[in-house]
Design a protein around this ligand. Sequence first.
Ligand SMILES: NC(=O)c1ccc[n+]([C@@H]2O[C@H](COP(=O)([O-])OP(=O)(O)OC[C@H]3O[C@@H](n4cnc5c(N)ncnc54)[C@H](O)[C@@H]3O)[C@@H](O)[C@H]2O)c1
Length: 354
Amino acid sequence: MAEKLRAGIVGCGVIGILHAQALTSLEDVTLSAVVDPASERAERMATRYGARAYTDLADMLAREQLDLVTICTPSGLHGEHACQAMEAGCHVVVEKPMEIRREALEHMLRVQAKRGVKMAVISQHRFDPASQKIHALLTEGAFGRLVLGNAVIPWWRSQAYYDSGDWRGTWSLDGGGILMNQSIHTIDLLQWMMGPVVSIRAYMGTLAHSIETEDVATAVLRFASGALGTISATTGAYPGLATRLEILGTQGSAVIEGDELGYLYLARDEQEAAGDYGAGGKKGKIKTKPAGVSTASDPAALAWHSHALQMADMVRAIREDGTPLIDGQAARHPVEIILGIYEAARSGQEVTLA
Ligand SMILES: NC(=O)c1ccc[n+]([C@@H]2O[C@H](COP(=O)([O-])OP(=O)(O)OC[C@H]3O[C@@H](n4cnc5c(N)ncnc54)[C@H](O)[C@@H]3O)[C@@H](O)[C@H]2O)c1
């Protein structure tokens, strides 16, 4: 392996640009090549970062000696492109969702095992300080018995956003709407903190946009621990409010709003036994902050720092022959939850996950 890892980016659209920023912020990585069939996008990114531009992935893989390839193409192409790169012997970082079909998830894991390369899947909000803090406290058991986990994603996307790419809002390439595209971040945090989901009931609809997929959905969940949960999500809530994640237990509760810790109360930190009527009345109320300029209302308002932390985690895994924090096994469950919600909403039946 070269002194610095040689990286390539597949797909030079909205998130590809952010991958270029994140990768080139790392000392241990050189961005060698980028590919996009839209040649002007590939050329623009290549010129900016001193990389070589391609319009065909097979061509890029054949000509470049790449160590790491990041997949930033429409969601329904992730499996095909990741497998092509892994078959060429490259480690891969795949944008979320890992894929949009169960068979594709399985196939990616098989190819990875066969080729002995590493795969990470982007879920950058696991690297936010608030998420890291709450997860660490949960690992210590600081919340007591978890009883309820709620995720609310009241976002806004205009019709122009959906019209900006012919894959957006389609079942075949986006794999879904508010759930598969936008909410997967929060659903991943919910299941990372609460544990695996075992059963689901759900409703969904398309109320605010002219698209194939859902733009509003609600689901009720049961976790393997016995705790319950809810998901409420839409891209039809103007102007786009901050995401809210509630983790509620018998010894403490936390709320993450947007990417920040909005509320944390642990009985052990107050050196008190959990009182008969709790402590809610004594402590400050939880305020819902306006979303401000964030991805709740503007898909382009993305910061690259959490992506850079996840890329650095992948570089560590490659260098030390370790496992990235979010590997393919870790990334498949949020997709399975979302596929389960679709199945439950369509059938009107409870769906169980293995
Ligand atoms: N982690 C996040 O916060 C985040 C944010 C936005 C998007 N995403 C994910 O990133 C992916 C891309 O989303 P986007 O908003 O950047 O889309 P986009 O439409 O802006 O960009 C996709 C790019 O892929 C290119 N492409 C299509 N087929 C290709 C091929 N065969 N080879 C190479 N390039 C090809 C397209 O020409 C386009 O430039 C999606 O899966 C999305 O869910 C993640």
